[in-house]
Design a protein around this ligand. Sequence first.
Ligand code: MG
Length: 340
Amino acid sequence: MPGIKIFRMAALRGLGYNNSRGVKDMGQSVLIVNHDIMDKMKAFYIDFLTEKRPPGAVFRATPQDCSITGYRSGKVLFQGKRAEEEAQVWRKWSDDQPARSTKKPVNVEAHDYLPPNNISDLAIVGSDEVGTGDYFGPVVVVAAFVDRNLREKLEHLGIRDSKTLTDAKIKDIAVELSQIVPYSLLTLSNEKYNRLVSKGYTQTKIKAVLHNQALLNVIKKLADRGLAFDGCLVDQFTPPAQYFKAIADRPEKVPSPIYFKTKAESLHYAVASASVIARFAFLKAMDQLSEASGIILPKGAGTGVDQAASELIKVKGESYLSQVAKLHFANTEKAKKRLR
Ligand code: MG
């Protein structure tokens, strides 16, 4: 699949931040894409999204030496030195190339780390995270171990991806679950998160480092208990190449095999368990932060969140936000605008 290869190469080169304000050596390329591809592009450039976008734009991202603006009309404008290189990544799926156009969605999941077909029968350390899309509250990453023995114990608990379970059900099963499966829970407070972001950490880097650490913690627990495992499974949040790049400077990495798959909670109880335990910890943290703040902090990053944030600025002062929110989200600016 030559298209995929180009995709990976350009993606890797695009990892650095664009540190010049205006992009010189202006090149320009335009593609027309459908909504599905537009969403995928926005997700792909998540670490490079900027708040400032022109009217009618769905997203604007500034990876190294390039500015990419996607418009509601389906037009995507690439500008800057690397405009053509980034455009090349997506041209294959562009609608203005009818001869080569294909209805197939962009496959960011075609990689060498897909789990084997018998994954559900294997003894797996799985990991998942919660809170990365929520303005308020910490980032929680959990790794959990499940083998065939444990699987039987879990089957009656009704464990699925935490997103499909109600908060009440999560609270119901998480405690029991955490008594059954070996796990590691890492909570990154808002203060620490904001400090890392101000040091230049991307959210992808933060997540990768936490996943790696949680997986390692569980592997150590298994060694202590003399339990064997077949591999690790990460609920995929970035292409594996970017994951490995993000943890390249870590002193310790999990042994292979490590597998990546989106919606991995449906593949293995280890990831499903991690997802439920993480969600439970996040809900508890949100309750505590709400109590400390004196208002109920909403989840997500919608307008209710903007409103709560501006309320907090009014009552507690702007600096308080760093203790309860992810400051680099657009909600911070929106909350401040509300007060003007
Ligand atoms: Mg996940």
